[in-house]
Design a binder for this molecule. Structure first.
Ligand code: UTP
Length: 294
């Protein structure tokens, strides 16, 4: 059986160029979906899955993420003075406990694979979760909780990747997996290809921003050459590791929103807002008014 997954890595050192100029001074991971920053949604998912230690790989201009996961005394005093107990309570509930966060810096944005490698000392020698904060999966239980549940049927050296169905017309934008035998709710991955041409794609299942990886990935990343886009690619390292360790895919329940793209981000905002009783009726009115004018 696999060891308990206690630690999660959140790579937040990217430049977020698709969201310029919003991301010139503000980290992409702090953009809000309704009233919670992307990174808070993803940390919530990890906490819901039982993660105990939260490791952030940050970069220049990202200090605000560290501040976000700290207490804000002036704000707390003001809220207390104004009798806003509910706000105070939810601020403290959002906060991971003292000593459960770690921050390290990726000094240059050399790619996702390199960002993950930067977390090696903090992760140590145990399997860990990796969550990309620009992907939100709307479901309860969360995507990572579903993945951890799936590990119970797998052997101790397994790696698991969350996958979702993607239309073939967009398959060339993603990492795609080949589908082998089922194993519980998961299936064994027969191969991985990064951004294949439609004809070369082994399936319509794409890699979706949630991973459970063995620590051996760090040794592979250490020697990994730069790949597509001049970046050190995580998928290249996973392809290498899959030669010596099993990889499984999990088609999770729920819808993933790619909040690194404008449409995904806007769609997530609408979907999450429509789930909120305090916002949904007024938002629907606004949407209907806008649609009527088109
Ligand atoms: P993305 O490629 O979606 O993010 O990486 P990006 O590079 O910031 O965005 P664009 O493409 O320029 O708009 C997915 C996640 O990996 C992190 C990002 O912060 C994001 O959360 N990342 C990416 C790093 O931490 N370091 C990198 O070198 C690259």
């Amino acid at each position: 059986m696999m060891k308990t997954i206690r630690k999660a890595v959140f790579p937040v050192a990217g430049l977020g160029t698709r969201f310029l100029p919003a991301t010139k001074a503000l980290p992409k991971e702090m953009l809000p979906v309704v009233d919670r920053p992307l990174i808070q949604h993803v940390v919530d998912e990890a906490r819901g899955a039982g993660i105990e230690h939260f490791i952030f790989v940050t970069g220049r201009n990202k200090a605000v993420i560290e501040d976000h996961f700290d207490r804000q005394f002036e704000l707390e005093v003001t809220l207390k003075e104004r009798g806003k107990r509910g706000d105070l309570r939810s601020l403290s509930q959002d906060l991971p406990g003292p000593g459960t966060t770690s921050f390290t810096r990726q000094q240059l944005p050399l790619g996702l694979g390199h960002a993950v490698w930067c977390a090696r000392e903090l992760v140590g020698n145990e399997p860990f979760a990796l969550l990309l904060p620009d992907v939100l999966v709307k479901h309860n239980p969360g995507c990572l909780a579903q993945m951890i549940a799936a590990t119970r049927n797998l052997d101790g050296r397994a790696n698991i990747i969350a996958v979702e169905e993607t239309p073939l017309s967009r398959i060339h934008m993603y990492g795609v997996v080949g589908v082998g035998k089922p194993k519980g709710k998961a299936f064994s991955i027969t191969g991985m290809v990064e951004k294949p041409a439609r004809e070369a794609a082994p399936s319509n299942l794409t890699i979706t921003g949630r991973y459970i990886l063995q620590p051996d990935i760090f040794d592979v990343l250490e020697k990994q050459e730069t790949g597509a886009g001049g970046e050190i690619q995580l998928t290249d390292a996973m392809i290498q590791l899959s030669k010596s360790q099993p990889f499984y895919g999990l088609k999770f329940d729920g819808r993933a929103y790619d909040c690194g793209s404008k449409i995904g981000f806007l769609a997530a905002n609408i979907a999450y807002a429509l789930d909120r009783d305090d916002i949904a009726p007024a938002l629907l009115d606004e949407i209907n008014t806008l649609l009527a004018k088109r």
